[in-house]
Design a protein around this ligand. Sequence first.
Ligand code: HEM
Length: 393
Amino acid sequence: EFGVSELWDPVVRRDPHRFYDRVRATGRPVLQIDPAGNRFWVIAGHADVLEGLRHPAIGHEVHRRCPGGRQPARHELSEVARIEARQLISLDPPDHTRLRGLVSGGFTARAVARLEPWISQLADRLVARARQQGRIDGIADLADPVPVNVIAELVGIPEPDRPQFRAWSAAIVSASIDSSAATLAFAAYLDELAARRRAVPADDLISQLVAHEEQGDRLDRDELVALVQLLLIAGQETTVDLISNGIRLLLTHPDQWQALRDDPLLAAAVVEETLRFRGPVEIVPPRFSLEDVEIAGGRIPAFDRVGLSLWGANRDPTVFDRPHVFDIHRTDVRKHIAFGHGIHFCLGAHLARLESRIMFERIAQQLPNLRLAVEPDVLDGFRLHHDGLPLEV
Ligand code: HEM
């Protein structure tokens, strides 16, 4: 009863939840054909997605297993391809384990909590500027500046270099033709910054990474560049999406917006329910079945693509009461898996939670008259809001 490429059908795109409800109800993986003609198995139940995220035979490095598959040697790759091939998010153990171990210390709840005063000041500045304008764009004026500035602070980009860093970041994230040129320019800049930190260490992520490199912990230059680049790719649009969707959901649910204004401590609950109800990641970056696998009530043959749907899992009625209702007071929200699960669990989860919690707090306290400047139905649908979120202050 499924069309072969329904997942990509424009009608399904407008409301993918109906599709995931149907997939989940089958109790097994559903085969689709992706736009490039590949076999792509969709899994949408909460327990089944968790099983997929934990499964050792569902992974990324298919070229290691696939007969005839071959990993190009490093010298055969361009610099950009070489850097991309070293990204944490697309590696399996043991390389993934080694790299993640080297960087995870910079992203613990404690390490990230040190940034709270700095993020609060940034939020205050953004909100104060918005108050002076009658009409703002929730993306450009509130959400967009937050993650890139926080990543710059965390990594240790010196103040005078930040406008250039933001420009590279925008180009890298855009995935346009400019993005390779930006990656190269940014890599050259990082070489120089790393050299400065090697000479005089500072209290920042670059200095920590350089120290690993020096202690012979096998973090090489491409891996260092790949990591900082991945922070931008994984941390920018996702966080912008969370903040802007949270604002939109609050303003279209007036009782909950009122509850937050009455008690700004509810900001943390707004973060979690926005992540569950409309998380920034619909399907985790596709994996492959590395061999024939029995999984999620079905069987997936070797070397097919596997699409684990976080949107499907986060609306599973066996886990969440009234899953299609946005409710910041729900008690089951913590079971959501909007940051993934298992070895690739989001490295930036504490950071994203902190940034968005502070923004929702400040907005509730200092922009109490905020409202949508455009009828909600125009803003409905599930695209990222890159075309703007017009607001009246
Ligand atoms: C991985 C979601 C913000 C850095 C992931 C994954 C998800 C996710 C679902 C798992 C991907 C997979 O299993 O293949 C989100 C959401 C965010 C967010 C919803 C914001 C609301 C951030 C931020 C950073 C970040 C702010 C860093 C500054 C990463 C990295 C990985 C990752 C490095 C790869 C981890 C690994 O492969 O071990 N994220 N992310 N993310 N995220 Fe986030």
